[in-house]
Design a protein around this ligand. Structure first.
Ligand code: NAD
Ligand code: ZN
Length: 660
């Protein structure tokens, strides 16, 4: 390649990598697989090696991680949180070994699994967990102490602790917790997380630690960053000590040569399907700290460690049939059923085919041999058709709902095809599951199996029928004891006293999630006001757009909704109003966006103050924003405010406004 072309390609790659970095680190929502990303980075690294004069000091090959978001306060890492250099072949590992042996001919290596989560640092003073932070750009991370507090396996207080200890670990979500979460998200027709890593990152970087607590995160601790009062001279000694203190650590082994280390890496690779957590590789580390000192670091990673990344597994299998699932809002989702294959640790026999367009674009026919792969190690995806089956014909997307046989419709500008029949049994099941859910009416003891029985027996045709159940009607179902029937009735009774927002969420109005349901109820005094609200009134609520507003109005104007609400009222649902948005404070009707570090207050404190005085806070700057309260290091939000000509105030000015 000549230098002109190389320069052009380096520019392209840099741009693409920066784009994907932002999606991955800042938005927790990557667009391409890690493997594809690694290949882009590798191509850039190779070009920079071939044309050293073209390498910019700001190259992504020189930088760790993403940027620090504005959600959390900054934490400066005394000991930088470095990244790792990746190898994709044995020969690269032996190159690494050669470089190390120039400095330390008798090196010993520790090999351990490389967890696929997100990196955090945790600090302990006299054994008490005092602060935890994300890696950020390696130098400055985000303070996520409250969220780390929710991780059960992370010790909060350690016995016989050193005066000061900073450890580094990887927060992850187990496959079990991840599958549970995705199922919940799918049932609610929310966009599910793509893999456990994104789920872990998205959950840890939550403003509301109550949400983090529900997500069941876990941690493996793999390094001592700093320690006072205890002397440790090697990595394996450090790991043993951490285990002794009660930290969850992973297994490791020590080797005297690279050949054995490579075999261990292969062994771990072969085992990866047996772990309950995702690993994306293994790490080889120089054991002795003094040798590490000698080897040093580059701007991005230590020269004493090397990661080996396992390639994503792909397999060919036959598509046997396409099943159509009907979701709560009636969306028909095609699911491919394959001849079972063992892939990246689990047996795969189904994968979503997303929608009609996906099937048409790939030209997928029943009977074809297709290539499937696990992206991000977990969710199987269909990559391509490898070979058309002999008599394979293109899959015909059904024109009727498979559950109720009503003709389906496709909305304009939407890939989704829906069944719009409100009495559709498939939707009814989904709807009921949602209706009784924890964030909705919160009725204990009504799992999918019981609901299905009740629906099959014809006892339940709508959510209102739940309130018509009796102990007798339930005990009549097979194997239901009187006691459990009574418990069920009790929890159904209890749900009658719920606050209105639960019902509004439970109704499953399109585009209305839990937060929107709460907002609606804070802005309308009771169900009747809400049912009579006009789209303009609803879209005036901060956080609501016209689509959401219309969705609410359409839903409540339907005759079937009116009947349902009447029935529910008659059956004794209290529909308790929520506390109404405070009216009349000095910030009444004003929306604030808070950004940067304030001189004396935490942003959450300032937010509370604003809300106590009738104002609202929002996380993004728009034309609806009245004030941007900016502190130090206010980033893009400040710029946006300036572009839109929105008044920017300081903490002092805020306090002056309140004093007036
Ligand atoms: N798909 C995308 O769009 C996209 C974009 C950016 C980054 N990525 C992915 O992110 C990763 C690159 O990020 P990175 O800089 O964090 O590098 P990395 O994940 O490859 O390696 C460094 C990280 O490994 C972690 N780690 C886990 N177990 C460890 C152990 N036992 N010892 C030491 N460290 C351990 C550390 O927390 C450290 O931060 C790659 O996997 C890349 O594919 C993907
Ligand atoms: Zn239907």
């Amino acid at each position: 390649m000549d230098i002109i072309l190389a320069e052009q390609r380096i520019k392209e790659l840099t741009k693409a990598i920066e784009y994907h970095n932002n999606r991955y680190y800042n938005l927790d929502n990557p667009e391409i697989s890690d493997y594809d990303y690694d290949m882009l980075l590798r191509e850039l690294e190779n070009l920079e090696n071939d044309f050293p004069t073209l390498k910019s000091p700001l190259s992504p090959t020189n930088k760790v991680g993403g940027e620090r978001g504005e959600k959390f306060s900054p934490v400066t890492h005394t000991v930088p949180m470095e990244s790792l250099h990746d190898s994709f072949s044995r020969s690269e590992l032996f190159d690494f070994d050669r470089r190390v042996r120039e400095v330390a001919p008798n090196v010993k290596y520790v090999v351990e699994p490389k967890f696929d989560g997100l990196s955090v640092s945790c600090e302990y003073r006299n054994g008490v967990f005092v602060r935890g932070s994300t890696r950020g750009d390696g130098t400055v991370g985000e303070d996520v102490t409250d969220n780390l507090m929710t991780i059960r396996s992370l010790p909060k207080k350690i016995e016989n602790a050193p005066a000061f200890l900073e450890v580094r670990g990887e927060v992850y979500m187990s496959f079990d917790s991840f599958n549970e979460l995705v199922k919940e998200q799918e049932d609610n027709e929310e966009k599910p997380f793509k893999n456990p890593r994104n789920a872990a990152a998205g959950s840890l970087r939550q403003k509301n630690s109550k949400i983090t607590a529900k997500r069941k995160l876990d941690i493996f601790v793999f390094n001592i960053q700093q320690i006072e009062g205890v002397e440790i001279t090697s990595h394996h000694q450090g790991l043993d000590y951490l285990t002794e203190l009660g930290f969850p650590t992973a297994f490791y082994n020590i080797f005297e040569n690279m050949q054995e280390a490579v075999e261990e890496i292969e062994r771990i690779g072969n085992m990866r399907g047996t772990f309950d957590y995702a690993i994306d590789g293994a790490v080889v580390k120089v054991d002795d700290f003094a040798t590490r000192e000698l080897l040093g670091s580059t701007a991005k990673y230590p020269k004493w460690a090397e990661a080996y990344k396992y390639p994503p597994e792909e397999k060919a299998t036959k598509l046997l049939e396409v099943e159509i699932n009907v979701g709560r809002t009636g969306v028909l989702t095609p699911v491919g059923i394959f001849e079972p294959v063992f892939l990246a640790g689990t047996t795969v026999s189904r994968a979503t085919l997303h929608n009609k367009d996906f099937i048409d674009e790939k030209g997928i026919c029943v009977g074809d041999t297709v290539i499937i792969r696990k992206a991000g190690e977990i969710i199987p995806e269909v990559l391509s058709v490898k070979e058309h089956g002999e008599n394979a014909v293109p899959f015909e997307f059904p024109k009727l709902c498979p559950s109720c046989h009503t003709p389906v419709v496709r909305d304009e500008n939407e890939a989704a095809i829906r069944c719009t029949n409100t009495d559709c049994p498939a939707q009814l099941m989904r709807h009921l599951i949602h209706f009784v859910g924890r964030d909705a009416m919160d009725i204990d003891g009504l799992g999918p199996a019981v609901l299905e029985q009740l629906v099959n027996e014809g006892l339940i045709k709508s959510p209102a029928d739940l309130y018509r159940l009796t102990v007798d009607s339930i005990t009549a179902l097979d194997r239901k004891a009187e006691k459990s029937a009574q418990n069920l009735i009790n929890s159904i009774e209890k749900s009658k006293h719920n606050e209105l927002y639960r019902l509004v969420f439970a109704l499953g109005i399109r585009n209305i999630g839990l937060k929107a349901a709460k907002l609606l109820c804070e802005n309308f005094a009771n169900i009747d006001d809400l049912m009579n609200a006009k789209a303009e009134d609803i879209s005036a609520i901060e956080g609501f757009g016209l689509i959401m507003a219309e969705s609410v109005v359409n839903y409540f104007s339907a005759e079937s909704t009116k009947n349902l609400i009447d029935e529910l009222k008659e059956l004794g649902l209290e529909m308790k109003p929520s506390e109404q948005k405070k009216k009349g404070g000095i910030f009444e009707g004003k929306t604030f966006v808070l950004t940067g570090t304030l001189p004396t207050m935490k942003r959450s404190e300032a937010g509370k103050l604003i809300e106590q005085n009738g104002g609202k806070t929002s996380s993004s700057v728009s034309k609806k924003t009245d004030y941007v309260l900016a502190g130090e290091d206010a980033g893009s939000k400040l710029t946006k405010a300036q572009q839109l000509g929105i008044t920017v105030i300081s903490e002092e000015e805020l306090l002056n406004m309140l004093a007036e």
